[in-house]
Design a binder for this molecule. Structure first.
Ligand code: 8YV
Length: 322
């Protein structure tokens, strides 16, 4: 009987996922959950048939070039795959997959949390409570912005964007979106399509980013585009930090052009995020936990395993991106 394929699992995964890995494969697990350096990653890949990484491992062209030839696939435990140089992987014949769909609900929940947190000054309130600084109440105290029946603008109306739109409709919000392609009517559900980001922005009292990080979207929200938002807009990002020009957003938050921001993803995360955000009261910050629910973590692992199962049975994996 053929030996089970060897899978390098770069981070600690949910128990049920690791159990399935142990049942069907020879996994190399990482119980201490330590982040591997590039050199370690390449070294441990000797004799490995596939790697199951997270967005924390960066498969640059250089890392891919140095991977041993035995690595046939990179089955990401993530929907985003901007951490993988897909062209380099493709050129080397390495299959790359991701985990779409299964994290849309969890990420949409966080986008709504960030919107409300920014609009209603939640982290400012939390800080006041925890510092024992709540001494008085008045009608003028901690007054924020209401989002009900405002315009909700979405950049990137893919799977996550569509679920977020549905949640925002629950607040009676009027949905506007930019997407490379207009959605069919049954998916659009009355949302207003804008052919360019520039057309969308003046219609977004709340702007939520749901597009992937690609060379085209890097620094998309720069000072020029932010200036097109209505005064006092709210900016939410659960996609990738790279889509935002941090200097520009910090300046807009300081001037009041942007009323507040809710951010879950950052350039330089986790340790080198723009210091301007830390000092500002009007930002609600979370540490990249968009998909961090028990249900979704399991589903992401199972989806990545479904892809591996297909690859090792000679079938086309459902979520192949390279
Ligand atoms: C994941 C994410 O937790 O899937 C993605 O693209 O950004 C996150 O929600 C992370 O990438 C896991 O690798």
């Amino acid at each position: 009987m053929r030996n089970k394929p060897v899978i390098l699992v770069t981070r600690k995964l949910p128990q049920a996922v690791e159990e399935r890995l142990q049942r069907d494969y020879q996994p190399i697990l990482n119980p201490s959950d330590r982040l591997y350096s590039d050199d370690e990653l390449i070294e441990i890949s000797a004799g490995v048939d596939a790697i199951m990484p997270c967005h924390t491992e960066k498969f640059t062209a250089d890392v891919i070039a140095r991977l041993p030839a035995n690595v046939r696939a990179i089955a990401n435990f993530s929907v985003g795959y901007d951490h993988v140089d897909v062209a380099a992987a493709k050129a080397k014949g390495i299959i790359v997959t991701n985990t779409p769909d299964v994290l849309s609900d969890a990420t949409a929940e966080i986008a709504i949390l960030l919107m409300l947190g920014a609009a209603r000054r939640a982290s400012e309130g939390e800080r006041i409570m925890r510092a024992g600084k709540w001494k008085d109440w008045s009608p003028a105290f901690m007054v924020g912005r209401q989002v009900t029946e405002k315009r909700f603008g979405i950049i990137g109306m893919g799977r996550v964007g569509q679920v977020v739109a549905e949640r925002a409709r629950g607040f009676g919000m009027d949905i506007h979106y930019y997407n490379r392609k207009r959605l069919d009517g049954d998916l659009e559900k009355g949302a207003t399509y804008h052919e360019t980001v520039e057309d969308l922005l003046p219609n977004a009292d709340v702007l939520s980013v749901h597009c992937p990080a690609t060379p085209d979207t890097m620094g998309l929200l720069n000072s020029e585009r932010l200036s097109l938002l209505p005064d006092g807009a709210i900016v939410v990002n659960t996609a990738r930090g790279g889509v935002i020009d941090d200097d520009a957003l910090v300046a807009a938050l300081k001037s009041g052009k942007v009323y507040g921001a809710g951010l879950d993803v950052f350039n330089g995360e986790p340790e080198n995020i723009h210091p301007g955000y830390i000092d500002l009261e009007n930002v609600f910050l979370l540490p990249h936990i968009g998909s961090a629910t028990e249900e979704t973590r399991d589903a992401m692992g199972f989806r990545a395993l479904d892809n591996l199962d297909a690859i090792f049975s000679g079938a086309e994996p459902r979520d192949r991106v390279a």
